[in-house]
Design a protein around this ligand. Structure first.
Ligand SMILES: [Zn+2]
Ligand SMILES: [Zn+2]
Ligand SMILES: [Zn+2]
Length: 256
């Protein structure tokens, strides 16, 4: 199993518009973060987790050449508003691409992208997709993707457990509390990627310290935080966290 961080930033992205702080003005590419998305290749399947507003540039920069299925964690703007660019893949692959999310997420997608279901447009004009309400594990080829209900403030949204090539990867980019039933699924992981927004507390995201504590409880062989703000300079944060938790950057590739 291989995965690429297509984006690791919070909803504003980094640099943030109109901010002249040390991180937003840094020339280090590790301090530039697009909105969160993950690309996983396993069992020969090419899977995308969220289509943020930066999706087109992420795909071009990091060499995403195929998409066999899209999984959506939740319908917040920073996770879905690059969705239209899925159409290049449905055109290139000449197929409808399956798109999975919770019933609420799929309902919101049909509302926000209502033109996608209309048939009068030509084949290259809209993403050709099959929206699927997911409440159970699904198989994409020999890969298995299981929804992981988590709290994101007052909303119950999804993270995902990705299993393939004998490996197990957990991905929860937006979350401030994990129910016990979901924690039970996060055992014996090869890697875990968890929301660790910023040093300060936040009502809908884990702070960095809370994320590190939760990653310690989960005990994956490799741990990562994501959905970072301009409050964290990449190298300073990595030095503070030491070996236990990796601070990823956009374009970072990991092979399990
Ligand atoms: Zn988000
Ligand atoms: Zn800033
Ligand atoms: Zn969110």
């Amino acid at each position: 199993m291989k995965f690429t961080f297509l984006g690791t930033g919070t909803s504003h992205g980094i640099p943030m518009i109109g901010c002249s702080c040390e991180v937003c003005t840094s020339t280090d590419v590790k301090n530039k973060r697009w909105r969160c998305s993950l690309y996983v290749v396993t069992e020969g399947q090419h899977l995308v987790f969220d289509t943020p507003p930066d999706f087109r540039e992420q795909v071009l920069r990091f060499g995403v050449e195929r998409v066999d299925a899209v999984f959506l964690t939740h319908p917040h703007a920073d996770h879905i508003f690059g969705f239209d660019d899925v159409r290049r893949f449905s055109t290139l692959q000449e197929q409808h691409i399956p798109v999975y999310g919770s019933p609420e997420t799929i309902r919101m997608m049909r509302t926000k992208f209502e033109y996608v279901d209309r048939s009068s447009y030509g084949f290259e004009s809209v993403p050709r997709v099959c929206f699927s309400e997911q409440t159970k594990p699904v198989s994409i080829g020999n890969a298995t993707i299981t929804p992981l209900p988590v709290w994101h403030g007052k909303e119950m949204i999804y993270g995902f457990l990705i299993e393939g090539d004998g490996k197990r990867l957990g991905y929860i980019p937006d979350c401030n509390s994990i129910p016990d039933k979901t924690l039970q699924c996060l055992k014996n992981l090869d890697a875990m990627i968890l929301d660790g927004l910023r040093p300060q507390e936040h009502p809908t995201h884990f702070s960095i310290d809370k994320a590190v504590e939760m990653l310690g409880r989960i005990g994956a062989r490799q741990s990562f935080i994501t959905h970072l703000t301009h409050n964290s300079e990449h190298h300073e944060l990595q030095a503070r966290l030491g070996d236990a938790v990796t601070v990823p950057w956009d374009g970072m590739r990991v092979e399990l």
